[in-house]
Design a binder for this molecule. Sequence first.
Ligand SMILES: NC(=O)c1ccc[n+]([C@@H]2O[C@H](COP(=O)([O-])OP(=O)(O)OC[C@H]3O[C@@H](n4cnc5c(N)ncnc54)[C@H](O)[C@@H]3O)[C@@H](O)[C@H]2O)c1
Length: 300
Amino acid sequence: MNRLLEGKAVVVTGAGRGLGEAFAVHVAHAGGAVVVNDVDVELAERTAAGIRQHGGRAVASGHTVADPAQAQAIVDLCVEEFGAIDGLVNNAGLNYEAFPWDDDVDRMRELVEVNVLGVMYTGMAAVKAMRGHGGGSIVNISSGASLGQRKLGVYAASKGAVASLTYSWALDLEECGIRVNAVCPLAHTRMVWKSERSLRACPPDRTPSRIAPVVLFLLGDGSDGITGQMIRCNGPQLHIMGQPFLKQPILERPAWDTETVQRAFDEVFSAHLENYGLEKRVPPRLRKWTETTSTPLRTA
Ligand SMILES: NC(=O)c1ccc[n+]([C@@H]2O[C@H](COP(=O)([O-])OP(=O)(O)OC[C@H]3O[C@@H](n4cnc5c(N)ncnc54)[C@H](O)[C@@H]3O)[C@@H](O)[C@H]2O)c1
């Protein structure tokens, strides 16, 4: 195997099972030393022991990313054991399905603490260490669900937050030599097994190890100059995710009141509304506008 991470030290969070385990194992195969973090410490130790048995360098961490001091301890462990931190894969995550009227505030908070604050805490600790060491690469694990998905509002919002953090930190950190990208994966893991809909959308051959090469590429020097990107891989397909932008037409007047906003939508924006969500749902107003304004195609 190509030893593209030889000499590099990488932290992978949530690496006791699923995608994180595959990322940690592949990092080690590529010559990197790896901190295998998982709040389920037995699984973290099992993954780290497996890597060492195959001649790799790995140490386990049972810290939670959801606590700033413990997130700092994950990064400190990497620096103590391997002398530096060159890469961070912010992979630890939770999900559940619920309609908004049926959700639970404790479950919401727990998810945001892991999926959003955990990425921020671990990322912040890593950035401090990387800045003093000439740079590094951060790979955040986001999700296609960030585009909006039924029954996944809180999870989708957390992954959208990860996307915005990725773009913003990429801007902040370019001059420090730290690249920040995100990966949107699809693979058979516990997360997919929990949901009938996800299972239907995930053919059996979509294994976590099919996503690992994308993460390795982003950690390695071959991706030099690539930052602020969201990259999706579902097994066979690899593509860059488009980013939100300021859409034309932009109407301008000295001040807007509700009447002029109403006219702007009635006369201009009804035709420019965006299809929304991963399923690209057409908003009712746009549907109506299309029905009333489209002229039927004439046949010869
Ligand atoms: N599987 C997919 O198709 C898919 C799709 C999109 C995004 N993702 C994302 O990929 C990442 C990995 O998910 P997975 O599918 O492998 O799920 P998984 O449930 O198999 O693994 C997640 C791991 O994170 C660990 N973890 C949870 N909370 C933690 C914490 N506070 N600190 C440290 N570790 C913690 C868990 O113990 C678990 O081992 C997640 O961020 C998930 O949202 C997965």
